[in-house]
Design a protein around this ligand. Structure first.
Ligand code: TRP
Length: 334
């Protein structure tokens, strides 16, 4: 029997270059889900307007992100890879869901409070209703699994609430979506100065991008923060050293990681040597992704085809859901 696959949706904003935190925290997991599930992955350009109202760079940013997603392993023939603004049905569902979302719950969302703190001069209504638009992204395909990081769990919980309120008021249309990961402990990708997660908005020298060339990778890694080494056997690692080991775990062979772990534990570690090794392994890891992404980005015909095909598949799915929504709500006058 042909069992219907569960529907997966996730989104990523086209603001800034893809970095290792995005890759290991999200994109690699998405790529792993493509065979098992019915996957939708969306470049959420509307969401980026809440913090980046200037649209001049939108086109190159979207092209870069799409090419980096494909270069990282998303296969447009296996998943539906599309741009949010190509699917106007999302905006209509957003309108309906807005009527079911309360000002109070939106105002106390953690991401809203953070962003208002970061841009006090622009606390626009789009920022306030950001979780509603995200809920529309998810519910428009009636997705049940949403692969996202910890910081997004509150938005997924809100999505469940909006779906429940809709179903209660108008009839059962939406299944309940849940945040998903494969349960394997996600390796935390830290910024190169150990000050927190690797992120887009951080100092660019502390973030490793998929677009970084070999020289840049060497440069950044050799400049990463270290110290004069442990003075006691089996000491605890400071965050910035743990961060380097975590990078090594994702880029280097197991024996290499083990060797440096042992060196650390018996206080003979030489961080210069460790960083040299890490830089070369990181180059081997990133170079093919960068090369694939560049080739894809330079192939206008292919890029066009990916966007058109993604839009058509996403809209077909969205239209079915929106018709169910309109029927349930009674927008049927003649
Ligand atoms: N808010 C998400 C982020 O900042 C991006 C996003 C938008 C998203 N729509 C989504 C994630 C739908 C998952 C599902 O990372």
């Amino acid at each position: 029997m042909n069992k219907k696959k569960e529907i997966v949706l996730s989104g990523i904003r086209p603001t800034g270059f893809v970095h290792l935190g995005n890759y290991f925290g999200a994109i690699r997991n998405w790529a792993n889900m493509q065979d098992e599930f019915d996957c939708y992955f969306c470049v959420v350009d509307w969401h980026s307007l809440t913090t980046h109202p200037d649209t001049k760079e939108l086109k190159p940013n979207v092209a870069r992100l799409l090419s980096e997603l494909i270069g990282s392993g998303l296969d447009p023939d296996k998943c539906v890879l599309y741009i949010q603004s190509d699917v106007p049905e999302i905006a209509e569902l957003y309108l309906y869901l807005n009527m079911l979302a309360y000002k109070g719950e939106l105002e106390k969302t953690a991401t809203f409070k953070d962003k208002v703190r970061m841009q006090p001069g622009n606390s626009n209504a789009g920022l306030l209703t950001y979780p509603v638009l995200q809920a529309a992204d998810i519910l428009i395909h009636r997705a049940v699994k949403v692969p996202v990081g910890k910081d997004q769990e509150q938005h997924i919980e809100m999505t469940r609430n909006f779906a429940e309120r809709f179903n209660y008021r108008y009839g059962e249309v939406f299944p309940k979506p849940y945040a998903f990961n494969y349960g394997e402990a996600l390796i935390k990708i830290m910024s190169l100065d150990g000050s927190g997660k690797m992120s887009k908005s951080e100092n660019q020298m502390n973030t490793i991008y998929l677009a970084d060339d070999d020289e840049m990778l060497r440069n950044k890694i050799m400049k990463a923060k270290t110290d004069s080494g442990p003075t006691m056997p089996n000491a605890a690692k400071p965050d910035y050293i743990q961060g380097l080991f975590n990078l090594m775990k994702v880029a280097s062979a197991d024996e290499v990681v083990k060797k440096f772990e042992a060196d650390f534990n018996n206080c003979s570690i030489r961080y210069g040597e460790m960083k040299k090794q890490l830089a070369e392994d990181m180059i081997k890891f990133i170079t093919p992704i960068r090369a694939r992404s560049e080739a894809i980005r330079n192939d206008d015909k292919y890029m066009m085809q990916v966007m058109e095909q993604g839009a058509a598949k996403a809209r077909a799915s969205a239209k079915v859901t929106l018709q169910l929504v309109r029927d349930a709500m009674g927008f049927k006058y003649y």
